[in-house]
Design a protein around this ligand. Sequence first.
Ligand code: TPP
Length: 714
Amino acid sequence: MAVSGSFIVPKQSLCPRIKYPGPSYSTRKLFYLRASHGSSSSDGGVENKLIRKEKDGWKIDYSGEKPATPLLDSINYPVHMKNLSTQDLEQLAAELRADIVHTVSKTGGHLSSSLGVVELTVALHHVFNTPEDKIIWDVGHQAYPHKILTGRRSLMHTIRKTSGLAGFPKREESIHDAFGAGHSSTSISAGLGMAVARDLLEKKNHVISVIGDGAMTAGMAYEAMNNAGFLDTNMIIVLNDNKQVSLPTATLDGPANPVGALSSALTKIQASTEFRKLREAAKTITKQIGGQAHEVAAKVDEYARGMISASGSTLFEELGIYYIGPVDGHNVEDLVTIFERVKAAPAPGPVMIHIVTEKGKGYPPAEAAPDKMHGVVKFEPRTGKQFKPKAATLSYTQYFAEALIKEAEVDERIVGIHAAMGGGTGLNYFQKRFPERCFDVGIAEQHAVTFAAGLAAEGLKPFCAIYSSFLQRGYDQVAHDVDLQKLPVRFALDRAGLVGADGPTHCGAFDVTYMACLPNMIVMAPSDEAELMHMVATAVAIDDRPSCFRFPRGNGIGAVLPPNNKGTVLEIGKGRILTEGSRVAILGYGAIVQQCIEAANLLKTRDIAITVADARFCKPLDTDLIRQLVNEHEILITVEEGAIGGFGSHVSHFLSLSGLLDGSLKLRSMVLPDRYIDHGAPQDQIEEAGLSSKHISATVLSLLGKPKEALSFM
Ligand SMILES: Cc1ncc(C[n+]2csc(CCOP(=O)(O)OP(=O)(O)O)c2C)c(N)n1
């Protein structure tokens, strides 16, 4: 094995964000020992052979044992990879892959996208120099190998856990994370901004945006490429094409064919033998040095332009982006060669390197799994069998899907729309039952909303199922295309409120605020799964204006479901009283009503009886119910799992306008705190937010003048 060169102490260890230990002398010693002998293990014993080189490449046994990773053990930061040979880089990729499977089998998390970019990550960090060079990972769910190679390996066991590493790149977490993500399709815009900033500031660094073919389906990516081509700024876009445009859970039968015309264009490029020949030629050229190479390259380029599409150029080239590809994204040597050539080019403008990879690559259970093991809980490494906890109830998502199917069975105008999230939104069940009436539009929330508006304008009943946080991207479309025109699009907002391990990027904090300020929107939230079914029925019935209902991540509470899972239409703008007490009334909105009921039960043990009401609607507000609560109680507390400006604001606005605040009423609004809450266990998050049943009880007690008793809950 050819490992040479001096060991450079990384200046990254001075990272101002998180301090990671730099390599110690003993690490250095190990580095040479392992690299040169390959058979010694970290404890000095005989190395296990879980990772070994065979004739046709590196092989990994996923036995569940911790694999020996001598080369990876010597890499704390990318600077330690600079002198590695191609063979070393291939070994490093194999060790990295084995390490990821081993770690994620114990933590859960995003697995297959990370496995697909192992070689890419190794090649990028070998050729480019972060943090000066900027690597921007789109979505960021594939950044585990990047985290491992940039000083965070020893913390990988904490990923997505409370106070642990985030599941996505995060600027606060590492100086090597050039841009935070979680939502897709932002990398080219952010990269272009960084490249333009570099030029204005007269710096010399490189900018590389890595974007998947799924993330490439969003309009934002094209807006960015259009601008990049126009500005002709030097930057690299790596298009990671793995034929998984939507999440592989799009249908119950496994990954669907990739949606969208872009995908078939990419497939055509790959299928073309002419193009493969071209790629081989390009590879040879990139290995040449000297003037002649340019001439040949120019010819190849001309040829490429002529053959990709009938119009004489690729879409990317039409946009002014120099296209290279398709390249085998698992071939480290090719990747390194191409990156080095592009890096050395003095002014290439925006360059797209189209690589082809396999999601879950190198881990047979992921390669074979219908969902590709995209997001996993803990699993058995040998078989990939996940330890899914058994639950007595289904997820809210599934109850939603079940209720929608029941409605659609009797109303053929109902159609479902989702943005690459068939599994996440439960519309994969709907798709199975009504394949003709379900539309996966790709990661294109803005389009999903206006597409639904078009369907509604022609008399269909569209249910647009989008996570609360992802709908933020389609907000102008909700306001301008749907609400302003009073079109009856129904928005099913999944993942409302705190979302646990996914963290602040996916937290549904803002939907009540942004939906309830729209004049025509009916805004609802169920307090349990049976209520959710009623709200689906209610949304079907609301056919003269838009409506929405939000529901949380997680499972139902075991509520008695309506007969045949078909809900009944609720009276618009009417809430209900759940328990009756005196002095204090709690008015909850959404699933948090369950915490309110729990608080009432806790207080009952102290002989305090309070009223709990379920608002059901934020818009229109049940003003009769609010008046009644105010007239019959001294204290009114509203509770919601959403940001400031939501349900509580609507209630206090009504109270102030109607003069009900002019007397002795004590009013409190309990909402999510005015800050982003990090990823972690759901219970930790709700505690941090101050919205647990204990917090609600303590608020009641302190308003009743019992501060000491209140403290006993904290
Ligand atoms: C705006 C937005 N919508 C939806 C998602 C959910 N999501 C996460 S990954 C993913 C698929 C991404 O596909 P691709 O970019 O090809 O990456 P791959 O998982 O195939 O590696 C989707 C739809 C998201 N992160 N952001």
